[in-house]
Design a protein around this ligand. Sequence first.
Ligand SMILES: [Fe+2]
Length: 512
Amino acid sequence: MKRRDFLKRVSAILTMQGLLGSHVSLLGQVNSGLSSKKQKAARTGVILDQDWKEFRAGYKELKVNGKLPRELTGVLFRNGPGIKDFYGQVQGHLFDGHGVISAFYFNRGKIRHHARVTETERYLLELKAKQTVYPLFGTDVKVPKDIELSSSWPVNQANINAIVVDKKLWALNEASGFYQLDPKTLTVVRKGFTAEEFQDWPFPAHPRIDMKNKKIYATTYLIPQGGFIVYRLNFKGEVESYKVIKMPTAPMIHDSITTERYIICLVPPYSTELPLDVEDTIVSGFRFFKDQPTRIYVFEKENLENFKVFETKGQFAFHFDNAYERGNDEIVTHFPSYSDPYEVINKAFAKLDFANIVEESQHIPRYKKLVLNTKTRQVKEDNLTTGLAEFPRINTDYGEKHNRFTAFIGNSGDGGYFRELFYMNNDTGAVEKFLYPKEYHLEEHVVYPKKKKTSERSVWIMGVSHSPKKQHSVLNIFDGETPISSGPIANIELPYLLHYCFHGNYYDKSAI
Ligand SMILES: [Fe+2]
C-alpha cells in the first residue's frame, strides 16, 4: 500500500471529536503461538542488543568508578528507538525503531540497570508478523497491501521520552497516543488517557510540568486534521481543558514551554500540506518554507481561549530549556534554533549523518535567547552560542523562574556531533564544558536538584555516553557545584552498548 493511500485512509477515519474513536485493541492478542527466543525474552523483560542477535540479563549491580551520591535513591528513565534492525529491516532514520526504556536504579551508592522494549500495539503486531508492517516516520519500508488501519496506534513506536505521572511511567511519542507503564517492571498497563473520551487523542513527547499549580501543559500537531492542540491536565494526568488551532497544514511542534501565566508554542513554517501528498514516510511530507515567518503563540494558562500571536523569522526548535516573565510585559526563553530543519530532519537524520551536519555548520542548531514583549509585540533574538547545541536541561526548581544556568550537549567544532557537555550562564554567556573522549557520543544530560540546596547550581547532572568502538555505554554523574570541566564525580561502565535515547528524567523513589 502506498503511503498516500495509508494516510488518506487514516484521514478519513480520524475526526477531532471522538478522535481515533473506535478500534480493536490488539494488546494481549498476539502472544499466542509465539515461542521464539526473542518473544520469550521480550515477555520476560530482559534487554536485547541493537542487532536483535541475542539478549542479555538486566538488573545486575554495576561497578561504580568514583563516588555515587548516596542521596540518589530513585530511577533515571531514558527512552529511545532501541530496535533499529527488525527482522532484517533497518529502521535507519534517527527517529525510527521500537521504543526501549532504559532504567538506572540508584540505591544509596549502588546502581543497577535494566531495559525493556515497550510492548506497544505496533511492536506486538510486528513481532507476530516478523516484519515491519506499518509505515515509519523517516525510513522507507515496503508495507503489505492488505493493512487495515482504524487508528494511529499502529504507527506509534513510543520511543521519544519518559515521564512519571501519578505513579505511572508514560512512554511518549509525538502526534500520537502515549503508553502508561508500570515504572517498576516497565510493562504496559494501558495506552493513552484513562478517560475513554480522550484515550486515543494525540499527545506530544514533551509535556511541561507546572509544579506550583500542579498542572501539566502539552502541545502537539495534528495529522491529518491540520493545526495543533494545546492541553491542560491535572496531576492525575486527566484532561481539564484543551484548545485546537486549526490550520491548512500540520506544523511540526515537538515541544512547548510555560511561564507562570503563559504557554509558549513556536509554530514553524516546517509543515506538511494536508491531505498529505507523500509516497512513503511521514517526514517526506514536511517542507520548510523558509521565506515564511515562524509564529509564536502565547496562550494564557488560565483560559486557553485567550492567546496572542507573534512573528519572527522562519526557524524551527525541537526543545526549550525554560521560560519566565520579566516585569509585566516580557517573556524570556532559550532554545536551540534550526535555520533549516529540512536539511537536518529530512536529509541528515535519514542517514544518521551527523558528521555532515557539523561540516555544513549552517545547519546545526544554535542556542538562542528570545525575548517577547507582550505589550509592543516585538520579538528580540540573540545567539548565545555559535557552535552546536541541543538537549537543554535546567534545575527544575527554577522552572518558570529566571534560571541562569542551562546544561546542554553539543560540540565546539573539533569533530564529532555530541561530544561535549556544556553548562552555560545565560546571563553572562560564560560557559563551562567537558569534552568526552573522542570515541564517545552523548545523550541528553538530565539535571536533578540536590537535597541540600545552596544555589541554582546545587544539582546532579547525569547522562549516558556511548562508544560503539568499545561496545559499551557509560552513565556519568557530575556535581553542578564543581567546575564541569573537572569531569564526572562518578561513572558506571555498562558491559554492553545501549541504544541511543533521546530523553528521560530522574525520579526519587517516592515518586514511583
Ligand atoms: Fe525531544
